[in-house]
Design a binder for this molecule. Structure first.
Ligand SMILES: [Zn+2]
Length: 324
């Protein structure tokens, strides 16, 4: 049975199209989301679910068990579309770069079944502080990108990268501290200097924080920060390209986190060669998943992918056909 920090979820085989999430009191206590949120709506909002969704099941609490039944698999896990990363059009023609291209990709990915978006803001003007199309953390580019995307996807849950390769500290913190338009959530890499301070800045503004962990050390830094219970999600992002080595890193991070107490839901993803095998590991563990042109340019059979949508369709198919 699959578990994540929110509880366990599975298909109901007496009604094959149904899914359910079940939390016993122990899991409820362990989950910061559950303990802080008093209603289903709050909980769903904290998970970043995209509206509108249909809550078709019933909600009941008795004998210490909570069960949320639903026909919508999106209620049981996050499938996040990482639409561009730092990639250029030279790498793949379908990488969305301009705000308009990103907006189009976001709408298409949501339609294909993604329920959260991760994007890398790019320079939006020739006269800006970074070259047009290059990764940017400057307020004008963030505002322009989010405005254009929200215009066509007002209910989408949009997260942005804050990678220190885009802008190192202390410039990064300064640039982000003057953002006027905020994303729904931001990824903060705990392998980078200034991560805890940046996470606190986002939290103070009501922006959800995804804690990005790549190895044992970054997992330790995250636990030490004391922010685990306040984050929206933890991203397990092993960088090794050999699956056996990447899984060693995943287990090392899980060990560190297991001693951390309250945790938000975990999302596990690979990159390039590990993208698809790591997705299988994530689904088997009941973790949230992500895919997109940031992570891979090929389908599981190694053939070139057409665009982000094709990757999301493949991921959705895998989730829907997975055994609990
Ligand atoms: Zn990214």
């Amino acid at each position: 049975m699959a578990h994540n920090a929110a509880g366990k979820f599975a298909r109901d085989y007496s009604r094959p199209d149904w899914y359910w999430i079940e939390c016993n009191d122990e899991l409820v206590k362990q989950s910061p989301v559950w303990s802080r949120q008093s209603t289903v709506d709050d909980w769903l909002a904290a998970r970043g679910w995209v509206k509108p969704f249909v809550l078709t099941g019933d909600w009941r609490r008795s004998t210490g068990d909570c069960r949320l039944e639903t026909l919508d698999w999106r209620l049981v896990m996050i499938i996040k579309a990482a639409i561009n990363g730092g990639r250029s059009k030279a790498e793949h023609a379908a990488v969305p770069v301009s705000p308009e291209e990103q907006a189009t990709a976001v709408v298409a990915c949501l339609k294909a079944g993604a329920n959260a978006i991760h994007l890398h803001v790019r320079g939006t003007s020739e006269s800006g502080q970074v070259s047009y199309g290059k990764e940017s953390l400057f307020a004008e580019d963030v505002a322009r990108t989010l405005s254009v995307v929200r215009e066509v996807a007002p209910d989408a849950s949009i997260g942005v990268s804050t990678g220190a390769w885009i802008l190192p500290e202390p410039e990064r913190f300064q640039a982000i501290s003057v953002w006027k338009v905020q994303p729904d959530f931001a990824s903060v890499n705990f392998s980078e200097d200034g991560a805890a301070e940046l996470a606190k800045l986002f939290l103070s503004r009501g922006v959800g924080v995804e804690a990005g962990l790549i190895d044992f050390d970054s997992a330790q830094a995250f636990v030490k920060s004391g922010l685990a219970a306040d984050c929206l999600r933890v991203l397990l992002e092993p960088q090794e390209q050999e699956m056996s080595e990447a899984m060693q890193t995943v287990r090392a991070m899980e060990d560190v986190l297991s001693a951390a107490g309250k945790l938000p839901p975990l999302l596990l993803h690979g990159t390039e060669a590990t993208t698809w095998p790591m997705m299988s590991e994530a689904i088997a563990r009941g973790y949230d998943i992500r895919v997109g042109l940031e992570d891979t340019l090929v389908l599981p059979d190694g053939s070139a992918v057409r665009d982000n949508v094709e990757l999301i369709v493949e991921a959705v198919g895998r989730v829907r056909s997975s055994e609990p």
